[in-house]
Design a protein around this ligand. Structure first.
Ligand code: NAD
Ligand code: LMR
Length: 345
């Protein structure tokens, strides 16, 4: 196929229709699942990579769900999205990850009420062994891997370890949903718009130990603590609400978050691929090399991150970490170390 030629044409006829950007190949696993059902149509519409960016969608499912996936593909086709150049639906990871520029690893079992996300490690962890290998063997050079399936930090670590030869810096896991939850809570408490809340870091694990760092966040450019004087609320109810929001949604809906998770997944890739506003940052879990904030080496840990104007992905260093924050961050990192030990075991 001539899909990298910079032109579009009918595959059957070879008719050249116009000049377009080279398509980006996006692989989504768990493509017949709930999150994917909210995610795929927005990627196809250009909300993730841009309104002028053609995409090739590669959709991976387990064999029993291929029929359901076929229905999703039919719906994608029926949208006639101008940016979608090709859709591949498969149960073969080698096919799904072939030439992938972005691997969005959503496919895995969600938890039920009463479970913690790490209880899923023994069920979901093994999926990321095979997928990590298949990505390393098949994906495009420079491919980036973004894990949503829980427990996402440690699943990402498993994929990274199995993706021999790929840079550790190309692996990410999702804490953007937690960041948005934290921003929504702060905005409601302060009586401002969500867009007025900036500089929010989620530190550590996407779990009940995560730390939404109100000490470095801002509301209308001012420190949160200057706008919200209720320190007791910030240190207790606020943190707990964010930590437990996933469980609260499962309790209320009977299903884990899907549309909000899809939105956060889409926005994470958007944040990773577009320059971050001056002075701001976003949260994403990424490889800790042991040189930032005393975080342990060799875990996938959420930290304040930026995408610079030249596309470089950086970690924001130098934020003040008070004693309260330090204790919370350490607790979450310790949990990540425990999960890593369980996986190694
Ligand atoms: P779902 O059960 O609706 O869909 C998951 C899909 O993955 C299913 O269709 C299943 O067949 C498929 N799947 C399972 N194993 C697979 C494999 N090896 N390869 C390809 N596909 C596979 O679940 P969902 O609601 O879409 O949630 C997916 C995951 O995302 C869950 O683990 C959930 O806990 C997690 N999640 C994470 C966050 C986050 O913030 N990181 C937020 C919400 C949900
Ligand atoms: C969430 O935060 O909503 C997801 O991780 C789903 C869950 O299990 O809580």
């Amino acid at each position: 196929m001539w899909q990298n030629s910079g032109l579009t044409a009918g595959v059957e006829t070879g008719i050249i229709c116009g000049v377009m950007k080279t398509p980006v190949t996006v692989t989504v696993t768990g493509a017949a699942g709930n999150i994917a059902y909210s995610l795929l149509f927005r990627i196809a519409a250009g909300e993730m990579l841009g309104a002028d960016q053609p995409v090739i969608l590669k959709l991976l499912e387990i064999t029993p769900c291929l029929e359901k996936l076929n229905g999703v593909v039919m719906e994608l086709e029926d949208c006639a999205f101008p940016l979608v150049q090709e859709i591949v639906a498969t149960d073969d990871p080698a096919v799904a990850f072939k030439n992938a520029d972005w691997c969005m690893l959503v496919g895995s079992v969600p938890r039920k009420a009463g479970m913690e996300r790490k209880d899923l490690l023994s069920i979901n962890g093994k999926v990321f062994v095979g997928q990590g290998k298949a990505i390393a063997e098949n994906a495009a050079p420079g491919c980036k891997v973004f894990v949503v399936g829980n427990p996402c930090n440690t699943n990402c670590l498993i994929a990274m370890h199995n993706a021999t030869g790929m840079p550790k810096e190309n692996f990410f896991a999702m804490t953007m949903l937690d960041e948005y939850r934290a921003k929504a809570q702060l905005a409601a408490k302060a009586g401002v718009q969500v867009s007025d809340v900036t500089n929010m870091t989620i530190w550590g694990n996407h779990s009940a130990t995560q730390y939404p760092d109100y000490t470095n966040a801002k509301i209308c450019g001012k420190p949160v603590t200057e706008v919200i004087s209720d320190t007791e609320w910030l240190q207790t109810d606020f943190i707990k609400t964010v930590q437990q929001r996933g469980a609260a949604i499962i309790q209320a809906r009977g299903l884990s978050s899907a549309a909000s998770a899809a939105n956060a997944a889409l926005m994470t890739v958007k944040n990773l691929t577009t320059p971050t506003a001056e002075g701001d940052w976003y949260s994403v879990a990424r490889y800790s090399d042991g040189t930032h904030y005393g975080l342990p080496e060799g875990i996938i840990c959420s930290m304040p991150s930026r995408t610079e104007a030249d596309g470089t992905l950086t970690i924001v260093d130098g934020l003040p970490i008070d004693e309260f924050s330090r204790g919370k961050i350490e607790a979450s990192c310790n949990e990540l170390l425990e999960e890593r030990a369980e996986v190694l075991g």
